[in-house]
Design a protein around this ligand. Structure first.
Ligand code: PEP
Ligand code: MN
Length: 341
């Protein structure tokens, strides 16, 4: 249930409603917009209805949220879009983020060189995995703590905020020290303990769509983060599994306008993992920006042919500035401004 407070409702009136919601065993999530405050009451709808909150001082009206996800639903923010501020780089609303970097942190030279090119080319944030979800347990699994240290060094040199994957709750203390955005990978999208714990860090979360997940399942996963009081969730379309085998995954670009209708959360597109080939990455990036995405997360490498992981889909550093310029232009046509360092 959504409790819409009157314009000018006082903090005491909001507090009194929250107390009553909690008194019947439900949780209350306050969302303060520019004009209105909305309280999301999560739990048994009948119990909230039985409170008879209509007519309580400060309360304007009550709206039932019919979707199974509540805090993620567009209805919850009454049409306002969530804008996430990552160390000064904004994502969502009119702000477009270009997140770029290697699939995996491999070495100091590689990480610092790619970071420099991303910063100079106008990227918004640096991506790079220190913990990698690999299909084979015999493949390179990431540099772990050493990889995090190199990302920290790249951040200090370039000022780029860091986006890096968290796979295991046991790594939270180390990852939280370096990550400005915690990436939850496609394979972890339904690891509900991981989602809740990532939510509890309060650090923005980039949540990738599972390989075979519906948009509703993605939004329910986001709900796990949101319910911990962490409103800073970005959703990421990265390609889904279909009968088509001509490319790595099927990039579901319709997810962009569909999610923008269903939720207030920013929507990011990862063209790299769907394409699997670098010559397909740019056209799909431009298409994503044109479709209204709030950002792109793309893989970049200084020596793609030597990359330990995902080299064939990496944009080479030589071409990054040109690529970023074109993405920026299309984002501008779609009414968004690129957030830069
Ligand atoms: C990645 O971003 O490097 C990655 C492994 O992505 P996904 O979880 O979407 O496969
Ligand atoms: Mn990758």
């Amino acid at each position: 249930m959504m409790i819409v407070m009157k314009e000018g409702a006082t903090d005491d009136q909001v507090r009194a409603v929250v107390d009553r919601v909690e008194s019947v065993g439900c949780s209350a999530h306050i969302s303060k917009g520019d004009i209105l405050t909305v309280i999301g009451a999560i739990g048994d709808r009948d119990r909230v209805a039985a409170l008879g909150l209509e007519g309580t001082p400060g309360v304007d009206h009550l709206v039932p949220i019919l979707k199974p996800y509540k805090l993620a639903s567009a209805q919850f923010r009454k049409g306002e879009r969530t804008v996430i501020d990552v160390d000064g780089r904004k994502v969502g609303g009119e702000h477009f983020a270009l997140i770029a970097g290697p699939c995996t942190v491999e070495s100091r030279d590689q990480t610092l060189e790619v970071a420099r090119v991303v910063a100079e080319g106008g990227g918004s944030m640096l991506r790079g995995g220190a913990y990698k979800p690999r299909t084979s347990p015999y493949s390179f699994q990431g540099l772990g703590a050493e990889g995090l240290r190199l990302l920290q060094e790249a951040k200090e040199q370039t000022g780029l905020p860091i986006v890096t994957e968290l796979m295991d709750v046991r790594d939270i203390p180390d990852v939280a020290e370096v990550a400005d955005v915690i990436q939850i990978g496609a394979r972890s999208m339904q690891n509900y303990t991981l989602l809740s714990e990532a939510g509890r860090t309060g650090i923005p979360v980039l949540l990738k769509r599972g390989l075979s997940s519906t948009l509703e399942e993605l939004l329910m996963a986001a709900e796990y983060v949101l319910k911990e009081g962490n409103e800073k969730v970005m959703l990421c379309e990265r390609g889904i599994r279909t009968f088509e085998t001509a490319y790595r995954f099927t990039l579901d670009l319709l997810a962009v306008p569909a999610l923008r209708e269903l939720t207030h959360l920013p929507v990011i597109v990862d063209p790299s993992h769907a394409a699997g080939r670098r010559d397909w990455v740019k056209p799909m990036s431009l298409a994503a920006a044109a479709a209204g995405a709030d950002g792109i997360i793309v893989e970049v490498h200084n020596q793609p042919e030597e990359a330990i992981c995902d080299g064939p889909q990496a944009v080479p550093t030589e071409g990054f500035a040109d690529y970023a310029d074109q993405v920026r232009l299309v984002a501008e046509v779609a009414g968004k401004e690129l957030s830069r360092v």
